[in-house]
Design a binder for this molecule. Structure first.
Ligand code: IPM
Ligand code: MG
Length: 347
C-alpha cells in the first residue's frame, strides 16, 4: 500500500484529476488498535468515498481470533465487501511477454491469454448460514458451512458477466457444480434465464472441477468466467498461476460496471494475493498487484481508462527491462520495482 500511495503521489500531476486520500486500518492492525476487524467508522468513510483501495491484510497472528457474530465480523475484508455490497469481483489475468519464463506453462499455451474471472463476493459458502463448529454426541465436533444463493444474487452477478463479455470476446463460461450442488442447479437455471437478454453472447456451462482442468490444459479457450464466491476464489488464484505470479494480479470489486457514483457504491480495489507473513517487512514483496489495482481504480472507480492502460504498459516496460521482484525471478526490492514502473510512466 505504501508503494501504491507513493506511485499516486509521483504521477498525480500528470493526470486530469487529483485525489483526496483518507487512510484507515483494516483487519489485523484494526484488531490490535481498536479490538475489531473493521470499525463502523471505516465502513462509513468507505461508503462516502469514490473508491476504496485495500492492501493485503491478515496473518496467522489473528487467525485464531473468532469474535462472536456473523461471518463478516470475523474478517475485516469480508465485512467491507458485504457492507459496500460489492458482489462483482473482477479478477483479470493476462499474458505478459516478459513473464513467460516464470510461468509453468509452455509459452504457446498462454501467449495472448487474457482472462477475466468474475467472482461473486457477497454470498455463497463464505457467508451463508447455518455455519459454525459445534459438539455433537461422543464429543465429536461438526464444522458446518452452507452455500445459499438467491435468484436476485445470481441475476445481478450474471448480468455483470454478460455485460463484460459484451465488451470483450462475447463469450461467457459459467462455472458451477450443478451435478452435485443444489445451489449450482439454481445457478445454472438462472444464468440460462438471464442469457435470453443477451442473445449476442455465447454462453457455455462448465463444472468447476472441469474448469480447473481446462484452465491448465487449454487456457486460451476462456475469456470471461462467471462463478460463485468459493469457486471464484480458487479459479482466480489458478488463473494467476497461469500468467506468472499471484503477486501480479489486481482486482476490482464492484456493484455495477457502469461508472456512476450517484447510483453505485464505491468499489474496492485490491491485489488478489493475500499477505505473505514469511517475507513481511523485508521490502521484497511484489508491488505490481497493488499498483495494477490502482489502475483498475482509475478505470472502474473514476471512469478514466487511459491511465489504467498506461499503467499496464508501464508495468510491461519495467518488466521488459528485467526489473523483477523475487517471486518473478529477479532480485529487485519492492521499492525498486515501483521505481521502475514510475520511470516507465514518466518516459
Ligand atoms: C481473496 C482472499 C480472501 C477471500 C480471504 C483473505 C478472505 O483469498 O480475496 O481471494 O477468500 O476472499
Ligand atoms: Mg483468494
Amino acid at each position: 500500500m505504501g508503494e501504491a500511495l507513493r506511485f499516486l503521489e509521483e504521477i498525480e500531476h500528470s493526470l486530469e484529476f487529483g485525489f483526496d486520500i483518507q487512510e484507515d486500518l483494516l483487519h489485523g492492525q484494526a484488531w490490535d488498535e481498536y479490538g475489531t476487524f473493521c470499525r463502523d467508522e471505516t465502513v462509513i468513510a468507505a461508503k462516502s468515498s469514490d473508491a476504496v483501495l485495500v492492501g493485503a491484510v491478515g496473518g496467522e497472528k489473528w487467525d485464531e481470533i473468532l469474535p462472536e457474530g456473523k461471518p463478516e465480523e470475523k474478517d475485516g475484508l469480508m465485512r467491507l465487501r458485504r457492507e459496500l455490497g460489492v458482489f462483482a469481483g473482477l479478477r483479470p489475468a493476462w499474458y505478459s511477454e516478459s513473464l513467460h519464463s516464470v510461468t509453468s506453462l509452455k509459452a504457446d499455451y498462454i501467449k495472448g491469454l487474457d482472462i477475466m474471472v468474475l467472482r461473486e463476493l457477497c454470498g455463497g459458502t463464505f457467508f451463508s448460514v447455518p455455519r459454525g463448529v459445534s459438539t455433537i454426541d461422543n464429543g465429536q465436533q461438526i464444522g458446518v458451512d452452507t452455500t445459499v444463493y438467491k435468484t436476485y444474487e445470481i441475476v445481478r452477478h450474471a448480468k455483470v458477466g454478460f455485460e463484460l463479455a459484451r465488451q470483450r470476446r462475447k463469450e461467457l463460461v459459467s462455472v458451477d457444480k450443478a451435478n452435485v450442488m443444489e445451489s449450482g442447479v439454481l445457478w445454472r437455471k438462472v444464468v440460462n434465464d438471464v442469457s435470453k437478454e443477451y442473445p449476442d453472447i455465447e454462453l457455455r456451462h462448465l463444472y468447476a472441477d472441469n474448469c480447473a482442468y481446462q484452465l491448465t490444459r487449454n487456457p486460451k479457450q476462456f475469456d470471461v468466467i462467471l462463478t460463485d464466491n468459493l469457486f471464484g476464489d480458487l479459479l482466480s488464484d489458478l488463473a494467476g498461476a497461469l500468467t506468472g505470479s499471484l503477486g501480479m494480479l489486481p482486482s476490482a470489486s464492484l456493484t455495477s460496471l457502469k461508472n456512476d457514483s450517484a447510483v453505485n457504491a464505491p468499489g474496492i480495489y485490491e491485489p488478489v494475493h493475500g499477505t505473505a507473513p514469511d517475507i513481511a517487512g523485508q521490502g521484497i514483496v511484489n508491488p505490481l498487484g497493488m499498483l495494477l489495482s490502482v489502475g483498475m481504480m482509475f478505470e472502474y472507480g473514476f471512469g478514466y481508462p487511459d491511465p489504467a492502460v498506461k499503467l499496464r504498459s508501464s508495468v510491461d516496460k519495467a518488466l521488459s527491462k528485467g526489473v523483477r521482484t523475487r517471486d518473478i525471478g529477479g532480485n529487485a526490492s519492492t521499492r525498486e520495482m515501483t521505481d521502475a514502473v514510475i520511470d516507465a510512466w514518466k518516459e
